[in-house]
Design a protein around this ligand. Structure first.
Ligand SMILES: Cc1cc2nc3c(=O)[nH]c(=O)nc-3n(C[C@H](O)[C@H](O)[C@H](O)COP(=O)(O)OP(=O)(O)OC[C@H]3O[C@@H](n4cnc5c(N)ncnc54)[C@H](O)[C@@H]3O)c2cc1C
Length: 432
């Protein structure tokens, strides 16, 4: 796990790198001994923080041990939604109805922010208003989907219940027993988004360095000393830690609060665009209702089917995931039996013990992370809020600031319990 946490590339090359110009980062000779803000991690969180702070006139340095987008931000499914893991009833039972609504409304703010950012910054990342369809994988799952849909409607999301006989208009599959369609939810090309964003951050005056591994953080009255592998140091007035599932020993407390969970994707060989269109009639994202969820989408150019799933919770040889990924794809789309996958990759999703993202400030060190698999919009928004916070804006406090950020006994960042959790979810999907 430590190797995977340190090297995103251990998970194979994402389809999203195909034909995408990787953002040119700043030459290492421009590393300076001081900065107003040092951002650790060049994914959506870190880059959005850097953009807001640089636009406010701060001297910003972004450091990533690899290249921008090598973590989850260049490896995800590109599904954009207001969703957070806990539902309204579940969260209300924990924090009260008012606070639960305030927390869940952050999903709406996040999607609005992302849409505005893409337009304002002119980032060409193929944002589409395609909608998301979730199908019931067994008849009894429909009741749960209905309850979830009612909650989504109560939160302000438009919802369409889809009968089994109508579902082929949403997802070209007979696998489901009806489902729910969320017409307002969207998709993007994650690789174009993260590279376009990195270019905008540099254009705003920040310096973005790849290949810079941060190995130490020391906070004092003067600010934070950031130590790089190789021994160089940067004296920062403030730091944003944006390392999500790759959070490691430089922030031991956060490391104990984040659970890195592996998630895998494939992209098929090029297919007849007519077949891809038949399987995704509205170009919608599709999910099944399993806990070990499988999801599919067309590639933005409409020539491939992309499938994501949890075929294991821990990394390992990516190739071992290929056969189970194909089996899941064929469960959705039997027509794709015998097709090749040209791309197989994975990444680490940052989970938390309460299934909520967390944002907070400890002296001069700020963090946002733990988006539990729904971070395309949320990581962007939380990063933006932190960038503005560092620049002195006072309206950046969220209902999640100050929430207890739980860990578990005997957990030091190596999630030994994941194989047991995987087996339990597989059992519940089958018999629950
Ligand atoms: C396979 C997969 C599919 C997903 N699908 C979706 C989806 O469809 N929709 C959705 O909303 N969300 C999805 N997610 C989640 C989403 O991608 C993440 O929530 C989001 O990208 C998190 O962004 P981030 O910037 O916080 O972290 P990351 O993008 O992971 O960036 C963290 C960065 O920190 C760097 N780093 C870590 N430690 C150090 C250090 N010590 N020194 C220097 N650099 C360091 C890493 O190299 C990395 O680049 C998915 C995630 C995965 C893995």
């Amino acid at each position: 796990m430590e190797q995977a946490r340190r090297k995103g590339t251990a998970f194979g090359t994402p389809y999203w790198n195909e034909g995408v110009d990787r953002a040119a980062t700043t030459p290492v000779a421009e590393l300076s001994a001081s900065a107003d803000l040092v951002v650790i991690g060049a994914g959506y969180t870190g880059l959005n923080a850097a953009l807001a702070a640089a636009k406010a006139g701060l001297d910003v340095v972004v450091l990533d041990r690899e290249h921008p987008g090598t973590g989850a931000s260049g490896r995800n499914g590109g599904h954009v939604s207001t969703s957070m893991k806990p539902g309204l009833a579940e969260l209300s039972a924990k924090v009260g109805k008012t606070k639960a609504r305030e927390i869940l409304s952050l999903g709406f703010s996040a999607v609005s922010y992302l849409n505005r950012l893409i337009v304002d910054e002119g980032i060409d990342c193929q944002l589409e208003n395609c909608g998301h369809f979730t199908g019931a994988h067994k008849p009894s799952a429909m009741a749960g989907l209905k309850a979830w849909a009612d909650e989504q409607q109560a939160l302000g999301n438009p919802v369409e219940m889809v009968a089994r006989e109508d579902q082929r208009a949403y997802c070209g599959s007979d696998h489901f027993h009806g489902g729910v369609f969320m017409p307002a939810w969207q998709s993007i090309h994650p690789g174009r988004y993260v590279n376009g964003l990195a270019a905008r951050v540099i254009a705003a005056g920040a310096r973005v360095f790849s290949g810079q591994d941060v190995v130490g953080l020391t906070q004092s009255a003067a600010g934070v000393e950031v130590t790089l592998a190789g021994g160089a140091t940067i004296g920062a007035r403030t730091v944003v830690v944006a390392t999500n599932a790759h959070t490691g020993s430089i922030t031991p407390r956060l490391r104990r609060q984040i659970i890195p969970i592996a998630s895998v994707q494939i992209a098929t060989e090029r297919l007849d665009p007519e077949l891809v269109r038949r399987l995704h009639p509205r170009r919608a994202m599709s999910y099944d209702s399993r806990r070990l969820v499988t999801y599919t989408r067309p590639s933005p150019d409409g020539t491939r089917v992309l499938v994501g799933s949890r075929v294991r919770f821990t990394p390992g040889d990516p190739e071992a995931s290929r056969a189970p990924m194909h089996a899941r794809m064929e469960r959705f789309f039997p027509e794709l039996a015998g097709m090749r996958s040209d791309y197989l990759w994975g990444g680490l999703v940052g989970y938390t013990f309460d299934h909520l993202p967390h944002i907070g400030t400890d002296g001069a060190i700020h963090h946002a992370m733990g988006y539990c698999g729904t971070g395309v919009a949320m990581a962007s928004y939380f990063g933006h809020l932190l960038g503005r916070r560092v620049a002195g804006d006072t309206d950046t406090v969220t209902p999640l600031d100050g929430m207890p950020f739980a860990s578990a006994p005997f957990y030091r960042g190596e999630p030994w319990f994941l194989p047991f959790a995987f087996a339990w979810y597989a059992f519940k999907d089958r018999f629950g």
